[in-house]
Structure formats: structure tokens, C-alpha cells
Design a protein around this ligand. Structure first.
Ligand code: NAD
Ligand code: AKB
Length: 314
């Protein structure tokens, strides 16, 4: 087994690469990205996913058998250059699927997102199969990507598996330009003893998931027997549903002087077009998904890792 990760220097890639290396061995995981990593943790190659020739050479030279395709432009950054976002997100993914087919790879992981949902989607307990009319180019590209996953699986038997990640909260790395970035930034502001200015309103609830749970879900999905995978578009995945207000109040329990103010920007509209909570019962039934971090445990773990004094629950 030899794993290739695209977009490995990003928020999720940083944590996922470390977890995969712990599990399968440092040299079994080749990280790639368009810029060099800040620290050397193992094999790395520069790779722009739009460079198909280079990607093909890397797959051959390193005898790649699995790809975790993380490279993408996220929802907020994506709106600044819609055509580039579509190109990177959709054509990059199509190249990966085509190469996985050509080189008869064992497995591919494709991260989808709650951004595939839109204003016609039921907002609460959003079902696995439901209306999906995304408003961002990021959401459009990921929704099309999900369908391409299903197509390559049914037509060419490519074993591609996917999760619709909610916003991911983790201490390991900085977020990369999404609408849910505030949920990481708020912890860093609190640690620096700075007031936080939230670009989402106090009561904007979105589905979120702690990084440890997201990484575990990814590995559990990828290691599940193929017969247990009934969804070949992308699985709904849920952890918690939080707003800037709930996160602020939870952090304040440990850092009582922390303050927040609210100044909505263009991301508010994107957040309002997404859902608030997710029904992930199909993932629970098919491959046994269970989250382990609630709001209180996640907040304590984040603050402890970032170096704040944590007050035990009373
Ligand atoms: P990120 O923005 O932090 O990282 C993406 C990485 O892709 C960056 O390191 C960037 O340099 C790289 N990249 C961009 N263009 C590239 C190109 N042309 N070729 C190669 N690499 C390129 O994103 P992330 O938060 O780590 O997300 C990883 C994946 O998970 C993405 O596909 C994203 O859509 C998905 N996802 C993330 C979240 C989340 O909350 N973080 C939620 C849902 C889905
Ligand atoms: C974003 O906000 O764009 C991402 C996501 C939910 O896909 N974090």
C-alpha cells in the first residue's frame, strides 16, 4: 500500500497525514501540495493537481495505490475567482478519478462538504438524500464531484469513498478560507487574550466536527469492507451544531475575560444557505460511525492543546 495525499499542507491534510503515517508508516504516505510544508515530516513532492502529466509521473514513480484527494479552494475564497475554483475543484478531481481508473488503484478518498446543500434543503436534521441547490461555486463543484465519484464507481468500479464533512475544528492547523473558519479563529483569539470579531451573527448555527473525529471517520470509512459502503456519492457526517454565540460562551467558561463582537460580512449569506444539523444515520448503520466530541469536550481539548488553563466541568 502506498498513499498519495493532495493538498496535504492544508487544515485537514496536516492532521490526516500525521494520522495515516502513524497508522501505516512514515514512508507509506506521500504528501503533495502547491507549496512546500513548513516542517519536514516525511516524503513530499510539489504537485499542482491541474498538472496531469506530473501527477501521472508521481503515481508511477511512487507506485501509488490509494489517493486522499484533499486539494481544493474552499467556499469563501472560491467566490473571489469562481472559474478557477471550478477548474481546481472539479477538473482536479476528474483527473484523480481517471488516473485511479487507469492505474487500477485500490481506493480513493474524496472529501465533500455541507456546502453542497442550499436554500431548498431542509435545514434541520438534513437527510442523506435531499434537495441540493448550492449557492457557491465551491458547493457546485463538490456536488458535481460527488456525482462523478458515483459514476466512476458504477461504470469503472473505482472504489472511491466520500464524506460530506461539516466545518472542521482543530488545533493542529489553520483553516484555509472557508465560511466555517471562525470556529477555529475564535479559539486563537481567546488564547491571545484578544477580542474576537465574528463575521457570522451570534445565532448562525452550522454543523461542525472536531478534527480527531473527522480523521477517525475518514480512516474508518476507508478501512470498511467495500460491501458495507452503500453510498457512493458522499456520506452525511455529523458531530455538533454550533453558532458563534454558543462557542463564545463555552470558551468564556474557561477564559472569563474573553469578549466578542459581531460584524457580518459576505460569509453570513453563505452560512445562511447551508443547513444547521445533519442526519448521518446511514453512515452510522453502514460502517458504525459515532462522534466522540461534544461542545464541552471539544472546547476543553482545543484550549488545552493551544496552551490555555482549562477549568474542569462543574
Ligand atoms: P485547505 O484550504 O486548508 O487546504 C487545501 C490545500 O489544497 C492547501 O494546502 C492548498 O495549497 C492546496 N491546493 C490548492 N490548490 C491546489 C492545486 N491546484 N494543486 C494542489 N494543491 C492545491 O482545505 P482543508 O480545510 O484542509 O480541506 C481539505 C478538503 O476537505 C477540501 O477538499 C475541502 O473541500 C474539504 N472540506 C474541508 C472542510 C473544513 O472545514 N476544513 C469541510 C468540508 C470539506
Ligand atoms: C468551508 O467553510 O468552506 C468549509 C466547508 C464546510 O466545506 N469549511
Amino acid at each position: 500500500m502506498k498513499i498519495l495525499i493532495t493538498g496535504a499542507n492544508g487544515q485537514i491534510g496536516t492532521a490526516l497525514a500525521a494520522a495515516l503515517r502513524d497508522r501505516y508508516g512514515r514512508d507509506k504516505v506521500l504528501c503533495t501540495d502547491i507549496y512546500k510544508p513548513k516542517e519536514d515530516h516525511g516524503p513530499f513532492e510539489m504537485l499542482d493537481i491541474l498538472n496531469v502529466q506530473r501527477m501521472s509521473e508521481i503515481i508511477e514513480d511512487h507506485h501509488i495505490t490509494q489517493v486522499y484527494h484533499l486539494a481544493a479552494i474552499l467556499s469563501a475564497n472560491g467566490e473571489w475567482n469562481p472559474k478557477k475554483t471550478w477548474n481546481v475543484n472539479l477538473n482536479g478531481q476528474l483527473s484523480i478519478l481517471e488516473l485511479a481508473h487507469q492505474y487500477q488503484m485500490d481506493k480513493v478518498f474524496f472529501p465533500s462538504t455541507i456546502a453542497i446543500f442550499g436554500s431548498t434543503t431542509p435545514k434541520s436534521n438534513t437527510p442523506q438524500h435531499t434537495a441540493a441547490e448550492p449557492s457557491t461555486v465551491y458547493g457546485m463543484s463538490k456536488l458535481a464531484g460527488e456525482l462523478w465519484c458515483q459514476y466512476y464507481h458504477s461504470r469503472y468500479e473505482v472504489d472511491v469513498r466520500s464524506l460530506r464533512y461539516p466545518g472542521i475544528i482543530g488545533w493542529q492547523s489553520a483553516p484555509g478560507g472557508g465560511t466555517t473558519d471562525y470556529a477555529v479563529e475564535i479559539f486563537h483569539a481567546a488564547i491571545r487574550q484578544e477580542a474576537y470579531t465574528s463575521y457570522l451573527s451570534e445565532d448562525t448555527f452550522l454543523p461542525m466536527l472536531y478534527m480527531d473525529d473527522a480523521i477517525r471517520a475518514t480512516i474508518e470509512l476507508m478501512e470498511a469492507p467495500a460491501g458495507q459502503i452503500s453510498i457512493r456519492t458522499s456520506y452525511n457526517l455529523s458531530g455538533l451544531s454550533v453558532s458563534p454565540g454558543t462557542l463564545y460562551r463555552e470558551i468564556k467558561k474557561h477564559l472569563p475575560d474573553f469578549t466578542i463582537r459581531y460584524e457580518e460580512d459576505f460569509r453570513q449569506k453563505i452560512a445562511e444557505s447551508w443547513t444547521e444539523s445533519i442526519d448521518d444515520s446511514v453512515a452510522r448503520k453502514d460502517w458504525g460511525w459515532r462522534e466522540t466530541f461534544d461542545l464541552s469536550r471539544m472546547t476543553q481539548d482545543m484550549l488545552a492543546h493551544l496552551g490555555a488553563p482549562v477549568r474542569p466541568e462543574t
